[in-house]
Design a protein around this ligand. Structure first.
Ligand code: FES
Length: 105
């Protein structure tokens, strides 16, 4: 279990518990947090689960694999220093405290 803070583009914060083994995308979806569409359901085929990882956490995550890197090119307003596809980040206890900023679009 990890407590994850999702911050919407308008600044609204949601602090929720996400079970180990879920993805960061599923954590948002399961708590009805706006800003992550996840149209492909987590298959790394749509880029609509793009979000910005807080700089204190970005380097603590496993790096994006080549498929995610390719798909990130289809996301809007990416920032190489903090953009990830949240369906590709599996929650572990190590991610307790993770902060995720949701994009405007
Ligand atoms: Fe489609 Fe993540 S949900 S790429």
């Amino acid at each position: 279990m990890a407590k994850i803070t999702y911050i919407e583009a308008d600044g609204t914060e949601h602090v929720v518990d996400v079970a180990t083994g879920k993805t960061v995308m599923e954590g948002a979806r399961d708590h009805n947090i706006a800003g992550i569409l996840a149209e492909c359901g987590g298959a790394c085929a749509c880029a609509t689960c793009h979000a910005y990882i807080h700089h204190e956490w970005f380097d603590k995550l496993s790096p994006a694999n080549p498929v995610e890197e390719d798909m990130l090119e289809f996301a809007v307003d990416t920032d190489p220093s903090r953009s990830r596809l949240t369906c590709q980040i599996t929650v572990t206890d190590m991610l307790d405290g993770l902060i995720v900023q949701l994009p405007e679009s």
